[in-house]
Design a protein around this ligand. Structure first.
Ligand code: OGA
Ligand code: CA
Ligand code: FE2
Length: 494
């Protein structure tokens, strides 16, 4: 320690000490009337100076040592792995973190056509065939017995079915107003190839659905003609032509002309059947079989939406759609919304898996179509080309990559989300696009079992904790848990 050494040297005032030698001659030289620099007070000042110096140096050493230790600790908590502390540990302690102790099983598809045997009910072996890998999609014939199919249809009829889609929905207009976009901005968004003209398919890609009404290229031409929007009649809209169209011109035109059921996105009736304690045994059995099939934790299946039973009459259809939307950081899941205590304009149902049951065999049409299953790429824009809209299940089911023919008792199931690679829900699988083709003869009955999982593990865990607390409280009062508390989102549908 050179600092200490210097201090010791300077402090050694013994007359015989060699270290004091350099001071001696100076004192001698300065002897006489100005010899006060060698006085006792001079010595005291020098001593005080050196002591302060030593204390400063020690304090500095302590500071350097202490602060580098802290840096090491924060560096190790930033590291994705290997650190002792998890990154979450820097969040405020008021929000307790749940340790990730669950990993979601994902069934392997192996390859298209691969068949695996599964045991779902005692004394019976089912065969599960891989139909596609994008999305990961399986078919299980005989999943439900004929009796079970009959009971589900009867229970649905007893409960009563309602129209799946109301005639007018006006959510889109509000969103456009909220975003406050100018006609130029909207025009630019729509003009995909940026040629300064709006082709029909450019309009349809962004707004195939107008107030719940499905637009076809012919509809759009009719609307242009009715509104005299396309002045030069070249089938394209220039910015000037587009500007002249008021925001609600489309809506007013469509409503004035009247809308047929076949022009809606979805033309069916449906109801919801609760599958918890006290429900019909067939409904509880189906839920348990779905749990065995998907190999997911039973609590996740228990807390999912009830069974949706759908009836399509002749002419019924459901244009291609996703059962659940993409998840951005600001998106809330409908089922965990209560526990999330955040308000966000974006919400989706977070249906990780869809299990679709065919309750009858249909006389004509009614297939479930997957327009882009196992496509090499997914490109939203190329879904409409040369007036052919692949999402239109009234016209273009024959052009879908995959169609499943309804067969009584068969179940198909697929994952609407990819894996995050760490055993939890990842991004939306765009290839999971599907729809119900038009029923050409007879009636079609299906049921949907959706398994809701929040891609945000913490939100899912908080939700489950909240529900289990509620159910404990209710059990204490001798009541059973009410579905509306379990799943507030389905309130409107029940
Ligand atoms: C649905 C659905 C397909 C079909 O109900 O969400 O996509 O074949 N149904 O009925
Ligand atoms: Ca264009
Ligand atoms: Fe669907």
């Amino acid at each position: 320690m050179t600092d200490n050494q210097e201090a010791a040297d300077a402090g050694d005032t013994t007359p015989s000490g060699t270290s004091t030698l350099p001071l001696r001659p100076r004192c001698e030289r300065l002897s006489g009337p100005k010899s006060s620099v060698c006085s006792r007070s001079y010595f005291v000042v020098v001593m005080v100076f050196f002591h302060v110096y030593i204390i400063n140096v020690i304090a500095l050493l302590f500071y350097v040592h202490y602060s580098s230790g802290q840096e090491d600790a924060s560096r190790s908590s930033d590291a994705p792995s290997g650190g002792h502390q998890r990154p979450e540990s820097r969040r405020p302690p008021s929000k307790p973190e749940f340790a990730r102790d669950v990993s979601l099983t994902r069934i392997e598809g192996i390859r298209v056509g691969h068949v695996q045997k599964v045991s779902l009910v005692p004394g019976k072996v089912h065969e599960m065939r891989t139909l596609s890998l994008k999305p990961l999609l399986f078919e299980i014939p005989g999943f439900l017995s004929d009796d079970e199919c009959r009971v589900v249809m009867q229970l649905a009829q007893l409960k009563g079915l309602m129209e799946s889609q109301l005639m007018v929905q006006d959510g889109q207009e509000e969103l456009a107003k909220e975003l406050n976009l100018s006609p130029e901005e909207i025009f630019n968004l729509l003009d995909i190839n940026q040629d300064g003209q709006l082709q029909l398919h450019e309009i349809l890609t962004h707004s195939r659905v107008r107030d719940g009404i499905w637009l076809t290229p012919e509809n759009l031409r009719e609307i242009y003609a009715g509104l005299k929007a396309d002045k030069d009649d070249n089938g394209l809209l220039s910015l000037e032509e587009f500007r002249l169209l008021s925001n609600d011109a489309f809506q007013r035109f469509l409503l004035q002309r009247g809308v047929k059921r076949s022009q809606l996105v979805r033309n069916s009736r449906h109801t919801w059947l609760y599958q918890g304690k006290g429900a019909h045994q067939v409904l509880q059995d189906i839920k348990e079989r779905v749990t065995s099939l998907t190999r997911l934790p039973p609590a996740l299946v228990d807390l999912s939406e009830p069974l949706q039973v759908v009836r399509y009459d002749e002419g019924g259809h459901y244009h291609a759609h996703h059962d659940s939307g993409p998840v951005y950081p600001e998106t809330a899941c409908t089922h965990t919304r209560l526990a999330a205590n955040t308000s966000t304009p974006f919400e989706t149902s977070c249906r990780y898996i869809t299990v679709l049951f065919y309750l009858n065999s249909v006389d004509g049409g009614g297939e479930t179509a997957f327009p882009v299953a196992d496509n090499r790429t997914y490109d939203e824009v190329s879904l409409i080309q040369n007036d052919v809209d692949l999402l239109d299940t009234r016209r273009n089911c024959d052009k879908s990559n995959l169609r499943v023919k309804p067969s009584k008792g068969t179940a198909v199931f697929w994952y609407n989300y990819l894996s995050d690679g760490r055993g939890w829900v990842g991004e939306q699988d765009e290839y999971a696009l599907h729809g119900g083709c038009v029923v050409t003869h007879g009636t079609k009955w299906v049921a949907n079992k959706w398994i809701n999982i929040d891609p945000d593990y913490q939100r899912q865990a908080r939700y489950q904790q909240l529900v289990s607390q509620l159910s404990e409280d209710e059990d204490d009062e001798g009541l059973t848990l009410n579905t509306e508390i379990q799943n507030p989102s389905i309130h409107q549908d029940l």
